[in-house]
Design a protein around this ligand. Structure first.
Ligand SMILES: NC(=O)N[C@@H](CC(=O)O)C(=O)O
Ligand SMILES: [Zn+2]
Ligand SMILES: [Zn+2]
Length: 428
């Protein structure tokens, strides 16, 4: 199986080069003669990046296949430039045992569009009462390296401590949905001016920040690795900066929506804007963007959260939180980080591919674009734009907050181990 990518600009740098891929591995970069029978991908000077890695995806299988499946979610991921995604454990049944995680892993491989790495639950049934069998999930076919009760916070500090301690023996990371549940009882929106005006019970920034601070202390003490899911507040950035400075092994992600959208959107009463943690303020956004550029926040993760129409298109308080993200992530990062001059394309490779691959312990993703490296790649047209239509996305659900918005940056092709998985907006 041979592929030649003609005239691409790795990391958007230098003159266009050809990339020769044989049996899933990059074998030459430069001026390449197209071998007989080779497939050719004409890159036309576009930006070539390592394939993206999403540490935080909800694929809803098993249990809510009416909203997303491993197959449709894999398609959305490939179209979005992803070559690997981590599927969260809040399915039904919960991915808290090797039967479920091994099924998710095998199904992902069978579909073959993207490597689907299951996240294992930290506690049995996400109940926050008893540790799940992290060891069996880590040692099974799925080789689970990331554990999370996402959707819910591991709120009990003793349980969180034990999970962190346990994870060190498995070389795994505990990804925390940082939300002190006692501070968010009945919460509907960011606690601030907007929520006050609209009469929504508030979700205070401190509910996130207090858990992040606590967990950083616990992780430091256990010498364990902590990953903070969907950082949404300026205060959390300060806590992360402090923890990293004192040597805590903590990493963090920010979602595209928390980089672009504010709670001003609540005025429309449209539950498409309801998400957990909630959309925050312009001041938070500014600080999140700067932290991502600086590396205090390590990476971008989508928190792709498909929901059925009946669960989303309803009154605000009854609507489920969450929004789609896989197919729009690159464009939102282009809008918020590249257009603003905060990141160049090398920086985009870092936050969408290299750092998440390292945090998720994936040796074959997020690798340099060099001879001898696995050909997991995304080709991006930085000058093109597109208008988002939920109904046209590959997901079964259509709950995108970017409906009708024109966004910059188009993923024109995705390559997984030398095979084109998506091209010109179509699955291959
Ligand atoms: N982000 C959300 O608003 N929803 C997620 C759960 C989560 O990430 O906390 C979901 O599973 O729908
Ligand atoms: Zn969460
Ligand atoms: Zn989530």
């Amino acid at each position: 199986m041979t592929l030649v990518i003609k005239g691409a600009r790795p990391y958007g740098e230098g003159d266009p080069v050809d990339v020769l891929v044989e049996d899933g591995v990059i074998t030459a970069i430069g001026a390449v003669e197209v071998p007989d029978g080779a497939e050719v991908l004409d890159a036309a000077g576009q930006v070539l990046l390592p394939g993206f890695v999403d540490l935080h995806t909800h694929l809803r299988e098993p249990g809510r296949e009416d909203t997303e499946t491993i197959e449709t979610g894999s398609a959305a991921a490939a179209l979005g430039g992803y070559t690997a995604v981590f599927a969260m454990a809040n399915t039904d049944p919960v991915a808290d045992n090797s039967l479920v995680v091994d099924h998710v892993w095998r199904r992902g491989q069978e579909i073959g569009l993207v490597d689907v790495h299951p996240v294992g639950a930290v506690t049995v049934g996400l109940k926050g009462e008893k540790l799940a069998e992290l060891g069996t999930m880590a040692k099974g076919a799925a080789q689970v390296k990331v554990f999370s009760d996402d959707g819910l916070c591991v709120a009990d500090p003793l349980l969180m401590r034990r999970a962190l301690e346990y994870s060190t023996a498995l070389d795994a990371v505990i990804a925390q949905h940082a939300e002190e549940p006692r501070l968010t009882v009945g919460a509907q929106a960011h606690e601030g001016e907007q929520a006050a005006r609209l009469g929504y019970p508030g979700w205070p920034a401190s509910a996130e920040e207090s858990i992040v601070a606590r967990d950083c202390l616990l992780a430091q003490h256990a010498k364990a690795r902590l990953h903070v899911c969907h950082v949404s507040t300026a205060g959390t950035v300060d806590v992360l900066r402090w923890a990293k400075a004192r040597g805590t092994k903590v990493s963090a992600e920010v979602t595209p929506h928390h980089l672009l959208l504010t709670d001003e959107r609540l005025a429309t009463y449209d539950p498409v804007n309801k998400v957990n943690p909630p959309l925050r303020t312009g001041g938070d956004i500014e600080k999140l963007r700067a932290a991502l550029a600086e590396g205090v926040i390590d990476c971008v993760a989508t928190d792709h959260a498909p929901h059925a129409v009946q669960d989303k298109d309803t009154e605000w308080s009854a609507a489920r939180p969450g929004m789609l993200g896989l197919q729009t992530a690159l464009s939102v990062v282009t809008e918020t980080m590249v257009k603003t001059g905060l990141l160049d394309w090398r920086g985009v490779a870092r936050v969408l591919s290299e750092r998440p691959a390292a945090i998720g312990s994936l040796p074959d993703h997020g690798r340099p674009i060099e001879a001898g490296e696995p050909a997991n790649l995304a080709l991006v047209d930085p000058d093109a734009g597109w208008t988002v239509r939920g109904a046209e996305l590959a997901s079964i659900s259509a709950n995108t907050p970017y409906e009708g918005m024109r966004l910059p940056g188009v993923v024109t092709a995705t390559v997984l181990r030398g095979r084109i998985t998506a091209r010109e907006g179509k699955i291959c």
